[in-house]
Design a protein around this ligand. Sequence first.
Ligand code: DX5
Ligand code: ZN
Length: 215
Amino acid sequence: MLIAPSILSADFANLERDLQRIANADWAHVDVMDNHFVPNLTLGLPIVEALLRVTPIPLDCHLMIDDPDRWAPAYAEAGAHSVTFHIEAAHDPRKLAADLRAAGARSCMALKPGTPFAPYEELLDVVDMVLVMTVEPGFGGQSFMADQLPKVRQVREAVARRGGEILIEVDGGVSAATIEQCAEAGADVFVAGSAVYGAEDAAAAVDQLRDLATA
Ligand code: DX5
Ligand code: ZN
């Protein structure tokens, strides 16, 4: 069970400090938004490169951008631990996933809430992780969409049928109130922004989430 706090809810003027506040996290989740794929604009490769220089925490880069085929490999080459592209935006997801792996990253495909998994099941050959969005991508602090849990179960079953080591990540509205149902549905990696950075003690929030996911 891996906990990945989202720095979207951190203080952008103090990202190094806010990464130190979650030193006990497994990964740090970095939300890249381009104001095309989603109606919000955050940060890009130069900031990710800067963060890689100051943190030992593996960076889990979630690219909510158009044309990930063009932009995503550079995040892997820079040293991101995992690079997630949206299947809705990718032109050649099979090639892109292979490029990400070749550059040394874990390759991950993300599904928006309205996107079914079944048409993309064959891509389990080339991805190391599947991200099931549990909010509409674009903003932190939204309500968890429990109607996405059947999709988590569906991915879990497909991964079990296939065998191998593919992780399932959930992102959006994950908190102490919702993480157990995600774990029960089969998720392994839990992104939490507001639930971690909104807490007085972010590290304690990470430990609490991990305990709940593991229980
Ligand atoms: C939303 C982002 C999430 C966001 C989650 O588009 O992908 O990673 O930071 O924030 P919370 O945990 O507050 O829902
Ligand atoms: Zn995210």
